[in-house]
Structures are given as structure tokens and as C-alpha cells.
Ligand binder design. Structure first.
Ligand SMILES: NC(=O)C1=CN([C@@H]2O[C@H](COP(=O)(O)OP(=O)(O)OC[C@H]3O[C@@H](n4cnc5c(N)ncnc54)[C@H](OP(=O)(O)O)[C@@H]3O)[C@@H](O)[C@H]2O)C=CC1
Ligand SMILES: O=C(O)C1=N[C@H](C(=O)O)C[C@H](O)C1
Length: 275
């Protein structure tokens, strides 16, 4: 069975740990926290309020011991950008695959993450949003923006008030994709508005607004189990692969779209004759 370690045991990481401990498709073997965290040396099950699970938690200055002692096939990283980039180099050097859920990287840091994965011939899924729902939304919004040329495009993202990065990683990726889907020469930045309030788990909305009508495509995560479900999906995809991937690869979205288009051309539209 696939062996998994979670790096970053905060809001997202803890909920993912709870979900994986109750799941019979993976073996959660360890956790990683910051070097100064009181979680170091404790049992992950107890940290997240469950019973002892025999899952040790290591501080990130002892990653090598964590990997040698618990032998994970892959890491689910939900920590912070600085820690994640530093830790990724060690994971890759030890031949451990990474599902990178952490957000807040600058463009230069993203490039460094890719360069590290390349240098070590690693397996990486970089997923600023790990839910299958958001990847589906990205595809739909790209299609819609190509169809509704001339419409104004705006993104709104809403998260809880303790989220540190702004805009969200998902909104940044959506904005980049939508910008790139504009014709060369007409490319402009897609505006993002951010709300940080209460306990909102995660909500992204793309509005395509014309003079006389508009459409909205939105996604909402009801609970952090949405991230756990997505993380498991990503883990099962990357467990035996090397290379750099996105969630859309794990979901085979290009293949599904291709099948859809081929199917439509197999069934040409019926023509009706007046009798
Ligand atoms: N891709 C996606 O779909 C999602 C992405 N995220 C992203 O995941 C990240 C975490 O989010 P969230 O859980 O809300 O944030 P939290 O701040 O609650 O959790 C981050 C955790 O990382 C730990 N950490 C700090 N330094 C290190 C280190 N060197 N090594 C390992 N762990 C470390 C922190 O504390 P401690 O000192 O206790 O170890 C903390 O527990 C964010 O970037 C967020 O945007 C969140 C949800 C979904
Ligand atoms: O910090 C969060 O919580 C989330 N972060 C991700 C992001 O920055 O896009 C994804 C998700 O919406 C939750």
C-alpha cells in the first residue's frame, strides 16, 4: 500500500491526516512540522484529537530521519511557501515524490520548484488547488472566455481571515490561465478581488460580463475534506510517476475533452426537413 507523509500539520494538513487515517487506500506513516513546533516527537493521531495511531511527527530539521525511518513513497505538502521550497529539495534528493498543495510562491519560487524537480528527476504534482472541482472550473472558464470574446473577466476569491497569502494560489493560476487564453496582442491582466472573512473554507468565482448579460462559474469547498479527497486522488496518480504534473493531468482533462470533441464529430447534427 502507498505510504504517505504529510508536511505541514495546520488546518489543511490536520484534516487531511484525519481523513487518511480513516482511509484503507493509504498508509499514513509520518508527519513533519516546523523545527520549533510542539508537535515534534508526538503521535500524529493524538495531535489531531484521535487515538494514538503510531504515526510519528518529525521537525523539518530532521527530514532525513523521517524519510529513512518511515520510508514514505510521497509527501503531501500543506505548509508555507518558504518551508515547502526548502523541504522539497530534501524530499527530491531522497527520491520521494511530492504533492505540492502549498501556495504563496512567487513566480521565481515556482520556477525554482520546477528546476529542483527537473534536477532530481523527481515526481511532482503542483496543485494550488487540489480539488477536482476547481480544475474542472478552470477548464470551463477557459472555454467560456474563448467563446465570449470581448466580455470583461473578473475573479473573486474568498477565504478565512487567517489565510496568509493573498490573492489565493488558485485565483493567481486562474488569472494566468485566463490571460493566456486571450489572443496574443490583446492580453491583459485579469483582475482578482480577495475577501478574507470568518471561517470561509474556500470559494472562487469567475465572472464573464458583457454589456447585456453575464455568466458566473464558481466553486466552493464545503469543508477541508475537499482537500483531503483531492490530495488522495493526486497521491494515487503520482505514486509511480516522475515528471511535473498538474491536477488536470491527474484527471486526464485533455483526454476527456478530446473524447468529447471526437464523439461530437462522430454524431453530426441531425438536419430536419420540412414535409
Ligand atoms: N492546494 C490546495 O487545495 C490547498 C492549499 N492550501 C495551502 O496549504 C498551506 C497551509 O494552509 P493551512 O493549513 O490553512 O495553514 P496553517 O498555517 O494552518 O498550516 C501550515 C502549517 O505548516 C507548518 N509549518 C511551518 N513551517 C514548517 C516546516 N518547516 N515544515 C513543515 N511544516 C511547517 C505550521 O506550523 P507548525 O509550527 O505547527 O509546524 C502550520 O501548522 C497554505 O499555503 C494554503 O494556501 C490549503 C488548503 C487547500
Ligand atoms: O489557504 C487555504 O485554505 C486555501 N488555499 C488554496 C489557495 O490559495 O488557492 C486553495 C483553497 O481554496 C484553500
Amino acid at each position: 500500500m502507498m505510504k504517505v507523509c504529510i508536511s505541514g500539520l495546520g488546518r489543511a494538513g490536520s484534516q487531511i491526516a484525519k481523513y487518511l487515517l480513516a482511509c484503507d487506500r493509504v498508509d499514513l506513516v509520518s508527519g513533519i512540522c516546523s523545527p520549533t513546533s510542539t508537535k515534534a516527537g508526538r503521535d500524529l493521531g493524538e495531535i489531531i484529537g484521535c487515538r494514538a495511531a503510531g504515526v510519528p511527527v518529525y521537525p523539518s530539521d530532521r527530514i532525513e530521519s523521517c524519510i529513512f525511518n518511515t520510508r514514505p513513497d510521497l509527501i503531501l505538502d500543506f505548509s508555507n511557501a518558504a518551508a515547502a521550497l526548502k523541504n522539497a529539495e530534501t524530499f527530491f534528493s531522497l527520491n520521494v515524490r511530492v504533492v505540492m498543495g502549498t501556495t504563496g510562491f512567487s513566480k521565481a519560487e515556482e520556477a525554482e520548484l520546477y528546476a529542483l524537480a527537473d534536477r532530481f528527476g523527481a515526481g511532482l504534482i503542483y496543485a494550488p488547488n487540489i480539488t477536482r472541482g476547481v480544475s474542472t472550473m478552470m477548464l470551463l472558464t477557459e472555454l467560456a472566455s474563448r467563446i465570449l470574446t470581448g466580455y470583461d473577466v473578473e475573479i473573486i476569491e474568498m477565504h478565512h481571515k487567517r489565510k496568509v497569502d493573498i490573492p489565493s494560489g488558485t485565483a493567481s493560476k486562474l488569472a494566468d490561465r485566463l490571460r493566456e487564453s486571450l489572443p496574443v496582442g490583446e492580453r491583459h491582466d485579469v483582475p482578482v478581488s480577495s475577501v478574507r472573512a470568518g471561517g470561509i473554507v474556500g470559494c472562487h468565482k469567475v465572472m464573464l460580463v458583457g454589456e447585456n448579460d453575464m455568466i458566473e462559474i464558481s466553486h466552493q469547498s464545503f469543508s477541508r475534506n475537499a482537500f483531503a479527497e483531492g490530495a488522495l486522488f493526486a497521491a494515487e496518480f503520482i505514486q509511480d510517476k516522475t515528471g511535473i504534473f498538474e491536477m488536470k493531468d491527474a484527471m486526464n482533462l485533455d483526454g476527456i475533452l478530446m473524447d468529447y470533441l471526437n464523439q461530437s464529430s462522430d454524431n453530426p447534427p441531425r438536419r430536419f426537413a420540412l414535409v
